[in-house]
Design a protein around this ligand. Structure first.
Ligand code: GLN
Length: 343
């Protein structure tokens, strides 16, 4: 131990390992592990290889404590979760007005890969469906595909505090099977909604979906948004504070595919899911949740992840419109001490 920062990190790691909240998460993990519903995504062979029993739950607080149980070090492809974060980078690169002129902010109620644009403006509806995500990737600046990808990877490093790789076989499979995304992109090119380096942009989109993360990373990404855009452990700014509200709002209205309304009603935390089995959920000013479990429901959201987020939201009062005292007080559970029920 050489300085107070290291001492604090050490003290926090002891708290995280022994806190009642960690035991609470272990119970939650044990409770939902036996769920056997849902199906692992199989539109490309690499995703179909996932073991349905993989299950990790991580929670990172805005003061930099991380609690993780289960498979939180196992990496998987970020898939659609990337869309929310790349939207933030597009806002930083181009400003809100320009981005708004290219991608809307309206939920669709349609599947994420629907071939549909707003009839009056020709814009894709929002950045969380594939059309909007491809238009958003188009807005990422850089002299070529390599530089644009590097800028994305640098951004993810600022959110998670570690370097990220691409899963190359997943990227190549996404690319070789991605005709529907190609069709969407060329439709947008026809309407002048994307630039003419569209093949480079499609590669960039397939690469961003193939970035490897784990549940712990997803908790830190959400905690960074919950903390106004600053990673609570490294202190690095990952997103300009001006755009945090934009990204988090779209996560609430559009982040869980065409069950975003149901999610807002039951869970309320702005969140984003991906077909790799990840969910990242933000409780502004408090914490971020990252879950990983590959079996998905019919809309493409991780089944165990939904259950975990719903229970955490209800028991700790994490729904932003909840005004009643929650059954459990978060600070007490994290620190331990007085007031813990039935332990
Ligand atoms: N790579 C996937 C696609 O574009 C992303 C899917 C997802 O996570 N919903 O189809």
């Amino acid at each position: 131990m050489t300085n107070t920062g290291e001492l604090k990190a050490f003290a926090d790691s002891i708290t995280a390992a022994t806190s009642p909240f960690r035991n609470y998460l272990s119970d939650l993990h044990r409770k939902y592990l036996p769920l056997t519903d849902g199906a692992v995504a199989d539109y490309i062979p690499e995703l179909a290889l996932a073991d349905p029993s993989w299950f990790g739950v991580a929670v990172a607080t805005v003061d930099g404590q991380v609690f993780d149980v289960g498979d939180c070090d196992r990496t998987f492809t970020i898939q659609s979760i990337s869309k929310a974060f790349v939207y933030g980078l597009a806002l930083e690169d181009n400003g809100r007005d320009y981005v708004n002129s290219k991608v809307g902010v309206e939920p669709t109620g349609e599947a994420f890969n629907a071939i549909v644009l707003d009839e009056t403006t020709n814009r894709p509806y929002n950045p969380m469906v594939n059309a909007g995500a491809i238009a958003t990737a188009d807005l990422i600046k850089g002299k070529d595909g390599t530089e644009r990808l590097k800028r994305m990877l640098d951004m993810f490093r600022r959110y998670t505090g570690r370097d990220h790789d691409i899963n190359v076989p997943v990227f190549l499979s996404e690319k070789s099977t991605g005709n529907r995304n190609r069709a969407i992109a060329y439709l947008m090119l026809n309407f002048g909604m994307v630039g003419d380096r569209i093949d480079e942009t499609l590669d960039l989109y397939f690469q961003q979906c193939s970035i490897l993360v784990n549940a712990r990373d997803l908790s830190l990404m959400a905690a960074t948004l919950a903390n106004g855009g600053v990673n609570p452990i490294t202190g690095d700014r990952a997103l300009d504070q001006r755009y945090v509200q934009d990204v988090v709002s779209i996560m609430l209205t559009c982040g869980m595919y065409d069950s975003s309304g149901d999610w807002a009603y039951r869970v309320g935390m702005p969140a984003k899911s991906g077909v790799g089995g990840g969910i990242t959920a933000v409780s502004p000013g408090k914490l971020g949740i990252g879950t990983f479990s590959p079996p998905l429901d019919a809309k493409g959201n991780s089944l165990r992840g939904i259950q975990v987020c719903q229970q955490l939201s209800q028991e700790f009062g994490l729904h932003p419109f909840n005004v009643a005292a929650p059954p459990k007080d978060l600070a007490t559970w994290i620190k331990g001490g007085e007031g813990l029920d039935s332990w």
